[in-house]
Design a protein around this ligand. Structure first.
Ligand code: ADP
Ligand code: MG
Length: 463
């Protein structure tokens, strides 16, 4: 690949995003190097890195792969001298500016560049661009009420729910609304950045500046607080920040990927702060809402897809709005590139990967599940299928049954058959065991299962 491909990628992405969103972020991403399909892009700070990695990496990878007709993966690297007009490959100038936190980002910017606050907020995340449905209308209304009346209505407020359901979109909408309509100072930060900045502040003896930054705001928006699990020092700091703001009637909003009671390794006093106020869950959107979201996104991007294509996407992607969006992005790229309308067949072909990795389970066999689980635990597939009651086999067997239920369409009877003829109640019993353990979140079993699950899915994709 070369820079020419990169500039084509950039122009294509430019067409698919709102102008302001494009210029906020893509003016700060620069082509660095490419090696065997692995593309390194340079960005000027950790702050930009985290955001673009979370929000745009997939889009960039898809567009590059599409245009370059080969698979590309992207990593971002912080280069302090990453700047607009320069060819960065030489990396000759060493810059004294642009440290890795957003407060100081501003200093390193030329006047025409967006301010630190602009950089915190994605202009695309507004109440207008959010489609409330059954799953989210309570969260939506609460956020709107907070934006209109920060500090009084629901304080604090915590939104929780799985990935890609609109938590960041909503919490950012509050910020964008307040910035547009008032002069109140509002700060958005991910819990991860909050932690990094805090550690940096301690190392550089700048805790006072840190406190000033977070305790002199009218509205504090902290995204993804599950990241604070086990981070004892940062939890203490957040606890103190919370009390300061709360006692003086300032608004605090958090998001989390699970209900507060399921957080582990969070101090009791901080947990009780999260639980205070309003806790609202975001659920996956129902079919009608998914269609409405797709239509809205098409409208924003100025494209028209047939009802059957929209129905195909909405029926196959059920649990994640971000994945719905990736489908559209992919189809838009295809349309623009080949200047063709999208038929249902083309949509099916183009979206095969996205859809199979989300919920089309047909590529996964029981055998594949058993082998992957066995290799993860380093036991034999034969033992997993068999009757060995040794504790080192029982757990992997339960997990294998659970994943067969979750990832395939086989019935418990069919699954039992593959496990040395066990009957379906045994399968159900084992599946429930795992579910109970997941609920009680013991021993990080959830991360183990997630890892295995991802392995199985990537195995299935190769087929
Ligand atoms: P989360 O933070 O919960 O993981 P995001 O807020 O990042 O999810 O949402 C993922 C993507 O889906 C974003 O691009 C967001 O704009 C979009 N999205 C999620 N829910 C909705 C919705 N109800 N209406 C419109 N777009 C949505
Ligand atoms: Mg998020």
């Amino acid at each position: 690949m070369n820079e020419e491909l990169w500039s084509r990628t950039i122009s294509q992405i430019k067409n698919s995003l709102p102008e302001s969103e494009f210029s906020s972020w893509f003016s700060r991403i620069f082509f660095g190097t490419e090696d065997k399909g692995k593309v390194t892009l340079y960005v000027p700070s950790n702050f930009v890195k985290d955001r673009v990695d979370a929000v745009y990496r997939e889009l960039i990878e898809n567009t590059l792969s599409e245009l370059g007709e080969s698979e590309y993966s992207v990593v971002f690297e912080v280069r302090k001298d990453a700047q607009n007009q320069n060819n960065l490959k030489k990396n000759t100038e060493s810059s004294k500016t642009e440290p890795s936190n957003q407060g100081q980002d501003q200093k390193a910017q030329k006047p025409s560049k967006p301010s630190a606050e602009d950089m915190m907020f994605n202009p695309a995340y507004t109440f207008d661009s959010f489609v409330p449905g059954d799953n989210s209308s309570f969260a939506y209304s609460a956020c709107m009420a907070i934006a209109k009346n920060p500090g009084s209505a629901y304080n604090p407020c915590l939104l929780y729910g799985g990935v890609g359901l609109g938590k960041t979109h909503l919490i950012q909408s509050i910020g964008n609304y307040i910035r547009k309509n008032t002069k109140l100072k509002v700060v958005y930060v991910t819990a991860e950045n909050f932690t990094n900045e805090y550690i940096q502040a301690i190392n550089e003896n700048k805790t006072l500046q840190f406190k000033n930054k977070y305790r002199k705001v009218s509205v504090l928006l902290i995204d993804d607080i599950h990241f604070l699990q086990k981070k004892v020092e940062t939890q203490n700091e957040l606890f103190n920040t919370f009390n300061d703001l709360y006692d003086t009637g300032r608004q605090i909003v958090f998001t989390c990927d699970r209900p507060v009671e399921e957080l582990k390794d969070i101090s009791d006093r901080l947990r009780s702060r999260f639980e205070r106020g309003l806790n609202i869950d975001l659920l996956p959107p129902d079919y009608e809402t998914r269609v409405a979201i797709l239509r809205k996104k098409c409208q924003e991007k100025n494209v028209v897809f047939s009802d059957e294509v929209i129905d195909y996407i909405a029926s196959n992607i059920t649990s994640n709005v971000r994945a719905l969006e990736s489908c559209l992005t992919k189809l838009i790229a295809y349309c623009q590139l080949l200047n063709k309308d999208i038929s249902l067949d083309i949509a099916k072909e183009q979206l095969r990967h996205i859809i199979s990795s989300n919920n089309d389970t047909s590529g996964i066999s029981i055998d594949m599940v058993i082998k992957t689980v066995a290799s993860y635990f380093n036991v034999s597939p034969f033992d997993i299928r068999g009757k060995n009651k040794n504790q080192s086999i029982v757990l992997p067997r339960q997990i294998a049954m659970y994943l067969c239920r979750k990832l395939t369409d086989f019935s418990t009877t069919e699954i039992g058959y593959e496990f040395d003829g066990k009957n379906h109640t045994t399968v159900m019993y084992n599946v429930q065991k795992v579910e109970a353990r997941l609920k009680s979140s013991e021993k990080e079993i959830d991360t183990v299962i997630e890892k295995i699950e991802n392995q199985i899915k990537s195995e299935a994709r190769k087929k």
